[in-house]
Design a protein around this ligand. Structure first.
Ligand code: NUP
Length: 215
């Protein structure tokens, strides 16, 4: 995955035309796009292949099943053209390892989730989930831009693994603070996709990231 702007755009939209338009508009600034269940279920899995022709695609399927099923989902995402997948750590080290073994690219493990409810169950076990990511050989983790101090703490656990940080913008986090806390990439969805000028919004966030990286 390119590491230039350090911005990943979450394409949580419902139709193919909008997703492709956003991917094209943000192509010059974003390092990758992220596709989850909203777009996959409404526009179909082939959407991943269509987007893969425009950009690096991370499939955010939050895979959390028994190892053989997690492996099958992972393999299917890469066969469609994904460059990375996101799985949950709470399914256990064997399930994360199954994703890693089935992957033809990056596997990122969700640790502490960015929304308020993420503090209920994921926060208390986030450090163990980060250790699972390291032990299972994952490429990186997902850590909350809404709580930069947690990104910093999780960075201390994962060493040089890649940290993707969602929660900036619509969820209240700051892209610059997440980067300053140790994130490699910031994931931003609605602050870009719901903006009247998505490319301009993406450029503004990339500027914030660049300034924070120099801090
Ligand atoms: O903890 C997480 N929080 C989160 O928001 C893990 C995630 N994968 N995400 C995803 O990041 C979420 O599914 C959405 O696609 C994106 C954030 O979108 P937005 O709040 O910037 O619109």
């Amino acid at each position: 995955m390119r590491r230039a702007s350090r911005l990943i755009v979450a394409l949580d939209v419902k139709d193919a035309g909008t997703a492709l338009r956003l991917a094209k508009e943000c192509r010059a600034v974003a390092d990758a796009v992220k596709v989850g269940w909203p777009l996959t279920l409404s526009a179909g899995p082939q959407m991943i292949s269509r987007l893969a022709a425009e950009a690096d695609v991370i499939c955010d399927f939050k895979i959390a099943d028994i190892p053989p099923i997690s492996a099958t989902i992972t393999a299917a995402a890469f066969a469609l053209g994904a460059k990375g997948v996101i799985c949950h750590g709470f399914a256990g080290e064997d399930s994360v390892r199954a994703c890693v073994e089935a992957a033809r690219g990056d596997v990122f493990v969700v640790t502490e989730m960015s929304h308020p409810g993420g503090q209920q169950f994921t926060a208390p076990i986030a450090e163990d989930l980060a250790k699972i990511a390291v032990k299972a050989g994952a490429s990186g983790i997902v850590a909350p831009a809404t709580r930069p101090e947690r990104v910093k703490r999780l960075r201390a656990i994962v060493g040089d693994l890649v940290i993707l940080s969602p929660g900036a913008g619509a969820q209240g986090g700051s892209p610059g603070d997440a980067i300053a806390a140790g994130a490699d990439y910031v994931i931003v969805g609605r602050a870009i996709t719901e903006s009247p000028d998505p490319a301009k919004a993406a450029r503004g966030i990339a500027d914030e990231i660049r300034a924070a990286a120099k801090r």
